[in-house]
Design a protein around this ligand. Structure first.
Ligand code: ADP
Ligand code: MG
Length: 247
């Protein structure tokens, strides 16, 4: 028996001749931030796609809260408590910040899109959305069009949308990408606290953020996990230095 909230066992996935995931077994434990690092094209987003259900592994399995969800679609994984943020933003830019958060809350409640018109008037959904916005510090921007937000604020909004699920585990694909140092600092502080509520599988290139946040790091190179360990272990690992971190 494992206490992992999220686990992959021997995940394997090819795109034609390219083996993008090779026998990947990783897990996420309560209260932790587990960072996934590795060069561009290493297979980080492919791994996340299989965990969240947008991609089907050729072999291996995905487990959420002890349940095998390998055959489950994305939405049932989300309903079971798997929250995610995307490398490429999935926000509705012409909608307001609050509308995006309400849309998240609507999905979290398992209601179809056609209820969206009424969702803004639904007190419970609206409260869930407002609470999530407040937690990421966007309460004053609720009525702005999402397109008017700064890049950093949009990334905060994506976290808020994920929070409307009241997630039991979070998967984030490069949440710091394109953020200034101020924005990264705010988000780092927020994720640091959030891990107590929902452990985070964090794909991230910002090594300052990774080294300050991660309880464990796994290094992915050519679709394969070449090392998993604490920050100190990974920084001292010769193979990792050669493959990714440099000197
Ligand atoms: P990372 O997120 O680590 O940068 P990706 O998971 O996006 O890497 O990509 C891993 C490899 O798989 C890359 O070589 C990429 O070009 C390839 N790849 C990703 N998605 C597809 C796809 N849908 N079809 C074909 N090749 C893909
Ligand atoms: Mg990627």
């Amino acid at each position: 028996m494992t206490d992992a909230v999220l686990q992959t066992k021997g995940i394997t996935k090819s795109f034609g001749a390219l083996r993008a995931s090779r026998d990947i077994s990783i897990d996420l434990k309560p209260g932790e931030i587990h960072a996934i690092i590795g060069p561009n094209g290493a297979g980080k987003s492919t791994l996340i796609g299989q965990i969240c259900g947008t991609l089907k592994p050729d072999a291996g399995s995905v487990h959420l809260l002890g349940q095998d969800v390998t055959q489950e679609p994305t939405r049932s994984r989300a309903r079971a408590g798997l929250g995610r943020t995307f490398q490429i933003s999935a926000l509705a830019m012409e909608d307001t910040v609050l509308q995006n958060a309400v849309l998240g809350a609507l999905g979290a409640a398992g209601k179809p899109w056609r209820f969206f018109g009424n969702a803004l008037k639904d007190k419970a959904l609206r409260e869930t959305a407002e609470e999530a916005l407040e937690r990421v510090g966007l309460q004053d921007q609720a009525r702005m069009r999402t397109a008017e937000l700064s890049h950093g604020q949009r990334r905060q909004l994506e976290v808020a949308v994920a929070l409307t699920l009241k997630p039991k585990a979070l998967v984030m694909d490069e949440p710091m990408a394109g953020m200034g140092s101020e924005g990264s600092k705010i988000l780092t502080g927020f994720l640091d606290k959030l891990r107590q509520e929902a452990p985070i599988l964090l794909v991230e290139h910002d090594m300052d953020a990774v080294f300050s946040l991660a309880d464990r790091i796994s290094v992915l190179v050519y679709g394969e996990v070449i090392a998993t360990g604490t920050v100190d272990e990974i920084r001292a690992n010769t193979a990792v230095k050669e493959a990714y971190l440099g000197d």
